[in-house]
Design a protein around this ligand. Structure first.
Ligand SMILES: [Zn+2]
Length: 128
């Protein structure tokens, strides 16, 4: 996508949490796969999740009750993970977000992202 996606550096620093990624031998390494270029600069996966959640909360009225904000945050995290790994089974995404498979399925519907192929879903995903 952007030119930075293929760039290499000896050290990458997250603009959000200052996490750094580098090779032990000090050689150049490609930008970590889960990082992204944003207005604030390059940020790591954890900061991307935070940002997605904060954006969702920011879109709510400022007098929203705490539980509404918590719900927005949860939904935003699930949507973020569904977009990031659309071909992962709902159960796997649910575990990543500490959520439930039905909640992930709902997020998929909201985003109009189809279910992964049945072969990847397996029977275990229906178990819980
Ligand atoms: Zn970070």
């Amino acid at each position: 996508m952007s030119a930075t996606a293929t760039a290499t550096a000896t050290k990458w620093t997250c603009a959000g949490c200052r996490l750094t990624v580098s090779r032990m031998d000090g050689t150049q390494t490609a930008l970590p796969e889960d990082w992204a270029e944003t207005e604030q600069g390059l940020i790591c996966l954890l900061c991307r999740r935070d940002l997605a959640a904060e954006e969702a909360i920011a879109s709510a009225p400022s007098d929203s009750p705490v539980d509404v904000r918590a719900e927005l945050r949860r939904a935003a995290l699930i949507e973020f993970e569904v977009r990031r790994n659309p071909d992962h089974p709902d159960g796997v995404i649910a575990r990543t977000c500490r959520s439930s498979a039905p909640a992930v399925a709902k997020a998929r519907q909201r985003l109009r992202i189809p279910n992964p192929p049945a072969a990847a879903n397996g029977r275990k995903a229906r178990g819980r």
